[in-house]
Design a protein around this ligand. Sequence first.
Ligand code: ASP
Length: 317
Amino acid sequence: MESQVQPKLIIHGGAGSSLHGKGGLEAVRRSLYIVVEEIYSLLLSGATASEAVVQGCQMLEDNPRFNAGTGSVLQSDGQIRMSASLMDGASGRFSGVINISRVKNPIDLAQFLQNSPDRVLSDLGSAELAREMQIPSYNALTDLRLQEWIQERQDNFKSTMAGVVAEPELIESSNAGRGTIGVVALDAYGRLAAGTSTGGKGFERIGRVSDSAMPAGNYATSNAGVSCTGIGEDIIDECLAPRIVVRVTDGMSLKDAMQRSFGEAHQNKRDLGAIALDVSGAIAWGKTSEILLAAYHNGEKIGDTLEWNDSELIGYC
Ligand code: ASP
């Protein structure tokens, strides 16, 4: 296969309402840049978009700062249940796992399911698949997440989980819920892929299904790819990722598709964010929440959205 296209990459570590302290911001920036640097050089060395997305998701899942894989938030019953999905734009195939426990990298199962006739598995089936794949049992619980849960339980689960990353100072306000991760890549062959992985919203009912393992929250075709974060119910109600991708497929520029879709989400009072790429190499991000933790490589340099707090709903380059 001949490579002709300049690769592009955008990743996120969640959206939410606050990012406490400069220390927090710089630490998040470092965490994101390490992934962008490594995955972008992988793309330059000829990795496919899907390979790059899976590896990027693994790195973000392994960072306890984010609410996916290690560092996932606890659900109402004190258990971790994770969800992840992968969509390969070239094959047009979506695959994912819903509410899986005791694995290190849920994205690995989504990758395996790309070539299976049954491509989305719920809790029981995912556990069975992990056994078949001989994935060792893994405890994704961190001390910080346990403390958050204990404190929240003492307060009788009153406060909503509205933060983005597990900063110690956030425990005070029980504010460290969201921080889902996502990666969208355009490879050197012009193919797109999107992956998303999450521990969920935090304190949800047993059996609640996250948008992160639905096309609503993670979608890619040969034209565009999108990974979402924020309140899953809001993302599902907007059907956000396909909404943007279909608009691009129908001829809108990525910028206009994002502008229109985030305008609608804002009007509908949704709390969400998304990252996106299109096949021409355009990069875009959007949010109705206060902050979005995203970083990208546009072929020349790395940029991020960590200090983006004006009233614009979208940004692009
Ligand atoms: N979208 C995820 C969910 O609702 C949470 C997040 O993105 O932070 O499960």
